[in-house]
Design a protein around this ligand. Structure first.
Ligand code: ZN
Length: 190
């Protein structure tokens, strides 16, 4: 996703406007510095630099089984409500001649979560980005999300978790991935 950098100064002005539109006095003590803080937060979150994403190492011992990372936590922002959602992500892939540095898996996730997003797109885009970086088609991503737009507003369903998965290449019918992802996470259509 190509996006312009955040215009921090304009965001700060707009937050002041927003406070007024919300019926608040933006000059009262508790709010006086809120536009600046909020604009700084947006800038930090959206201008996030994930660092190097694609460092690989030779797969010396020809490990041809799954590499799995479980329980990776990340926060993103729902583009429909501008409210946060929290993801717990499992990544599984079968390395080819190269293996990806493990920290790169986490950085790749963060490269996709620091944006206005939907969980489905993070899941699919992350799987394809990892496949490209690792030079293999055999990548699977499972994401479990808790969405504040679900828990806080509307249906008020705090216990609901949204599961999304994307299984590419040989992971689509790998029984270990199926067990790992659980029966609730259906394989994505090929
Ligand atoms: Zn939402």
């Amino acid at each position: 996703m190509v996006r312009k950098p955040v215009d921090t100064e304009r965001v700060q002005q707009l937050y002041r406007e927003l406070l007024i539109a919300l019926g608040e006095n933006p000059d009262r003590e508790g709010l006086a510095d809120t536009p600046r803080r909020a604009a700084a937060w947006w800038t930090e979150f959206l201008n996030h630099d994930p660092g190097t994403l694609d460092t690989t190492f030779a797969n010396d011992n020809s490990h041809d089984g799954l590499v799995v990372l479980r329980g990776i936590d990340a926060w993103s922002l729902c583009e429909h409500h501008l409210l946060p959602f929290r993801l717990t992500v499992t990544i599984a892939y079968i390395p080819g001649t190269r293996v990806l540095g493990l920290s790169k898996l986490v950085r790749q996730l963060h490269a996709h979560t620091h944006a206005l997003q939907v969980q489905e797109r993070i899941t699919t885009d992350l799987a394809h980005a990892l496949a490209k970086a690792a030079g293999t088609d055999d990548v699977a991503v499972l994401a479990e999300g808790e969405h504040l737009c679900m828990s806080m507003r509307g249906v008020k369903a705090p216990e609901v978790r949204t599961l999304t998965s994307c299984r590419l290449g040989r992971t689509a019918d790998d029984p270990t991935v199926t067990t790992l992802f659980g029966r609730l996470a259906l394989p994505s259509p090929r």
